[in-house]
Design a protein around this ligand. Structure first.
Ligand code: IMO
Ligand code: MG
Length: 424
């Protein structure tokens, strides 16, 4: 620790939550710094599955304080549903264990409505968003129109701004052929939420800096991933926040120099949900097999994920951008029984070998993978707890990923439960 960051090195759904849950055993605070309810973080504790969208997975450790940082976009309805779900699942959360930034932006009904309306207007050019209002909420933030958590407590200003925003958004929705949102209901909901959220609200940036000064151990939980980062991902097929480690200081107030350890999480293969270029996608039987064995269906939307092979160009890019100390490799067990394994080591773009991720979607769409093939391995890996327990073929594959991606693979997960991993 003192400040460890866990970020996705691919297109999301790498198993970040599983790694955060594991590392949170040594953390005092777990911090979300970006994203919102588009996130689907699944943790399995003692055979019981918990799915979280907004609240950091640190909430599952009694000794941990969870922090929703200023860089997150907060849907209060989802927050309250999640608190209720946690209480029902045996994880009641009192306000001392969950601090929510007074500066986080709120997701309002018009954000969800605009998300859906923009997507249908895009037609074939749709992004495939999760429909949680994420892009429109961040758009309002940078257009100086956002409503923040602290605004809930200044009623006259809240009323004026919500009503004026609703009027403007309803004009946009009308132009897109979508029904308007009910401004009075939106305002009433916010007023009804105020007292309920108040005990959780904090200047979290100051809180975190105080915690660091006091010697607390922090764990930052990335949502989405480097290739979905609004600045560094495969734009415009991205999510609207800075998901890479570069988003940590801005989205939490943690000083950049306080970060001591950076872990990039990658699956032993690749998946992507929604639209956008995916050079190592495997649309045939092998991809289908990965989807079924890996249960690659979205946590937030239930959509089947597109599946493919490990893309070392993409992983190298993420490792380099994040200056990762190490890689945590997940779902290696899923590949057991495949006849052959592949790694995309470079792209062939118009007959030219390209080792770096190009910026433009056109080049990425034209990119043909340069494959390196490996013999498959057999067996049930879920009981392996030491690197020596792995079949030789699995070890060779991990070695190759490490070489190609450019950072040591220190942790390999072989199952969803807390104990199902090994270190190397
Ligand atoms: P976790 O944290 C995978 C994708 C969506 C879409 C694009 C934009 O579980 O890894 P948005 O609703 O954010 O505007 O959608 O980003 N996306 C994710 N894909 N995992 C996620 O989160 C994602 N969050 C957003 O599918 O392509
Ligand atoms: Mg997910």
């Amino acid at each position: 620790m003192p400040v460890t960051c866990v970020v996705g090195a691919q297109w999301g759904d790498e198993g970040k939550a599983r790694i955060v849950d594991l590392l949170s055993g040594d953390a005092d605070l777990v911090v979300r710094y970006q994203g919102g309810a588009n996130t689907g973080h699944t943790v399995v504790v003692n055979g019981k599955t918990v799915k979280l969208h907004l609240i950091p997975v640190g909430v599952l450790r009694e000794g941990c304080v969870s922090v929703v940082g200023n860089g997150c976009v907060l849907d209060l309805k989802v927050l309250f549903e999640e608190l209720e779900m946690l209480a029902r699942s045996g994880y009641p959360v009192d306000p001392a264990r969950l601090r929510v930034s007074d500066r986080a932006h709120l997701v309002l009904p018009y954000h969800r409505a605009l998300d859906a309306a923009y997507e249908s207007a895009r037609g074939a050019g749709r992004i495939g968003t999760t429909g949680r209002g994420i892009g429109p909420c961040y758009s309002d933030k940078v257009a100086y129109k956002g409503i923040r958590v602290c605004d809930l407590f200044d009623d006259p200003s809240l009323e004026a701004r919500v009503l004026s925003n609703c009027e403007e958004k309803n004009r946009h929705l009308g132009a897109l052929g979508a029904p308007p949102v009910d401004a009075a209901a939106a305002l009433a909901d916010l007023r009804a939420s105020r007292d309920r959220v108040a005990p959780f609200v904090e200047d979290t940036a100051a809180f975190l800096r105080d915690a660091i000064a006091a010697g607390s151990r922090l764990l930052c939980e990335g949502a989405q991933a480097v290739l979905l980062d609004v600045d560094h991902g495969t734009y415009p097929y991205v999510s609207a926040s800075n998901a890479s480690v570069l988003g940590v200081p801005a989205g939490s107030g943690i000083p950049p120099r306080a970060i001591t350890r950076i872990v990039c999480v990658a699956k032993a293969y690749a998946t992507r949900v929604g639209e956008g270029p995916f050079p190592s996608e495997e649309t045939g039987a092998e991809g289908q097999r990965i989807r079924e064995r890996g249960r690659e269906f979205g946590t937030t939307t239930g959509r089947p994920r597109r599946c493919g092979w490990f893309d070392a160009v993409a992983a190298r890019y993420s490792v380099s951008l994040c200056d990762a100390d190490e890689i945590a490799l997940t779902k290696l067990d899923i590949l057991a029984g495949m006849e052959r394994l592949r790694i995309c080591t470079a792209y062939d773009i118009g007959g030219r070998r390209v080792d770096r991720l190009p910026a433009d979607v056109g080049s990425l769409r034209a990119a043909k993978p340069v494959w390196k093939d490996f013999p498959g391995f057999e067996g049930d890996l879920s009981g392996c707890r030491n690197i020596a327990d792995l079949p030789a073929g699995a070890r060779a594959f991990v070695d190759a990923i490490e070489r190609e991606a450019g950072a040591p693979v220190r942790l390999v997960s072989v199952g969803a439960d807390r104990a199902q991993y090994l270190t190397r």
